[in-house]
Design a protein. Structure first.
Length: 413
């Protein structure tokens, strides 16, 4: 670790001398498996001690880093000639480099953490002066907030792993809010696409059913049927690649994929050992065919999986919450247990109080209940407003400060 920095919402550790991720090459002729080369890194940036983002060693030349041409996340930028690209959560900039060396001359990079931008820029020539490159416009902002204020149209809206794993150790990752992956968020990205534009998300394989359900709902909101989704969606996984078992890329096209696009992507996937999960007219892994044909409703599709796969919304933006509710019988048992505990813990204490003491305690308890309710009311109002205003203002710290100040002033004395 060469540097550790904190800001109001994260801790950043910069590590040098670490190996990069596997970049697959051509298929090994003996084992029919993709050969793997490690990317050369300047540093790796860890966010909150968990999620990492790579700073690639790059000389700034667009004809370099030819090894990226077999990388799964590289191929979307080659689908078009000089695409206009928006990357949300660019981190150390690997996806920005991929867009540049693929031929894009107009890349907009949005990253919420200013320390990450500063770290990448501090490496200068070693990282190709990435965020000051003439083809790159870099912004420190929250992704949804940036998109909502923008009037631009893009050929590609690209969303690579955008998470912090700070809550993993406490088991709270599933209740971490992420407005980037809500249905309303994807509607905003959809509205900022050119007619043949693409939304591309890179996440884990377990997330792909939820993306399918989300894009199905997105099409319905825009006057399409679920049956048309198959023409608009491609999913591919790297699970056949050693040491990289479950990274999955979901490509949604605003207009149906053309035959040339399908052929181009299919050839790339099979050549480099990737596993297609959904390709229009070619591949549809179960249980997607039944859902895409309309045989299964969204609710029936959700029931097929041990985890929740329905779309998340801004009112409940917990994309990483997969646990399904307890069975009804367990819910009943929990409620019965709570009632029994309340009776045996609170009941005896209540009955044994003397009348005089009871009156005094009742008065004290009433006052305590009043202030507890007042505090809870403040918390609930503050949290609900914070969820909405962070999409408007972008910076979480500034949003919290402005909101808390406003609530306290409005409350009076």
């Amino acid at each position: 670790i060469v540097k550790t920095e904190w800001n109001s919402f994260s801790r950043i550790d910069v590590v040098e001398g670490i190996t990069g991720d596997c970049i697959p090459g051509s298929l090994d002729p003996y084992f029919n498996q993709p050969q793997c080369a490690e990317e050369e890194l300047v540093a790796k940036i860890f966010i909150d001690g968990g999620a990492g983002t790579n700073v690639i060693s790059w000389n700034g030349q667009l004809d370099s880093l030819t090894e990226l041409s077999s990388w799964m996340q590289y191929i979307p930028f080659k689908m078009m000639d000089d695409p206009k690209v928006l990357i949300i959560g660019s981190g150390g900039g690997r996806d920005v480099v991929a867009a540049l060396v693929s031929g894009s001359t107009d890349v907009t990079s949005v990253e919420i953490n200013p320390i990450i931008f500063e770290t990448v820029n501090s490496y200068g020539d070693k990282a190709g002066n990435l965020y000051t490159h003439p083809y790159v416009d870099a912004y420190v902002d929250e992704g949804r907030s940036f998109v909502s204020r923008s009037n631009e149209k893009y050929d590609i809206v690209y969303i690579p792993f955008v998470d912090t794993w700070a809550s993993v150790s406490s088991g709270g990752l599933g209740v971490s809010e992420n407005f980037l992956y809500t249905l309303e968020g994807f509607q905003e990205y959809y509205d900022h696409l050119e007619d043949d534009g693409k939304i591309i998300a890179v996440r884990w394989l377990i997330d792909s059913p939820r993306f399918v359900a989300t894009f199905a709902e997105l099409l319905k909101q825009n006057d399409f049927s679920v049956q048309e989704l198959e023409k608009h969606l491609i999913i591919v996984s790297s699970d056949s690649i050693e040491n990289d078992p479950s990274v999955t890329m979901v490509i949604f096209s605003k207009s149906p994929f053309t035959n040339n696009e399908i052929q181009f992507l299919s050839e790339f996937f099979y050549k480099n050992g990737y596993k297609p999960i959904l390709i229009p007219g070619q591949v549809a892994v179960e249980p997607y065919p039944a859902f895409l044909s309309g045989e299964l409703s969204g609710e029936e599709f959700n029931k097929l999986f041990p985890t929740k796969v329905h779309p998340v919304t801004d009112d409940s933006p917990f994309f990483l919450s997969f646990e399904k509710p307890m069975p009804k019988i367990l819910e009943v048992l929990v409620y019965i247990s709570l009632v029994i505990v309340a009776i045996f813990l609170i009941g005896p204490y209540t009955w044994l109080r003397r009348s005089a003491a009871a009156k005094s305690e009742l008065k004290t308890g009433t006052v305590a209940l009043y202030f507890a309710s007042l505090g809870m009311g403040f918390i609930l109002i503050e949290l609900s407003l914070l969820q909405k205003f962070i999409l408007l203002l972008g910076n979480p710290t500034m949003t919290f400060a402005i909101l808390l100040f406003t609530i306290l002033i409005a409350s009076g004395t």
